[in-house]
Write a protein that binds this ligand. Structure first.
Ligand SMILES: [Zn+2]
Length: 144
């Protein structure tokens, strides 16, 4: 693997499925970052064939529910004073509000703009979510 300068205080987002890193990078708005960000694509991995990694040399706020929605197999390490102080295990959130939107034109969320788009986890294996109002299914990856 490439040798990247260690970060002192920040976040390492690891085990991103190869090719998906750009989604996470864009979702976090890292193209506009004023701090150091290392974005590695197609790194070798023991656990996976290839993976993407994002190292952020800053403590930013990340919504781990949404990161879990992108891919629950991603791992997050929090770095303080150059050492890993916390490992965060992601999961598919049970409920998401105003993240996925319903595509059913007859759904109440389509006709009444003020109603929140609420989805519940339907099938964890397939990573599908079900609209609270009309039962329309959406894939977890559809929002990004
Ligand atoms: Zn709906």
């Amino acid at each position: 693997m490439l040798n990247i300068a260690r970060i002192r205080n920040g976040i390492v987002i690891d085990h991103i499925k190869a090719g998906q890193g750009i989604k996470v990078f864009n979702w976090l708005g890292l193209d506009r970052a004023s701090y150091t960000v290392a974005f590695v694509v197609n790194a070798s991995s023991k656990r996976m064939d290839k993976k993407d990694i994002i190292k952020i040399d800053n403590t930013i706020v990340i919504n781990f529910d949404i990161l879990g929605l992108i891919d629950p197999n991603i791992t997050v390490n929090i770095i303080e004073d150059g050492a890993v102080t916390r490992k965060i295990k992601l999961r598919l959130p049970q409920r998401v509000e105003n993240v996925l939107s319903c595509k059913n034109p007859r759904c109440i969320t389509a006709t009444e703009g003020y109603i929140a788009h609420i989805f519940y986890l339907d099938n964890p294996e397939r990573r599908t979510y079900r609209c609270e109002y009309c039962d329309e299914l959406r894939a977890a990856g559809d929002f990004i």
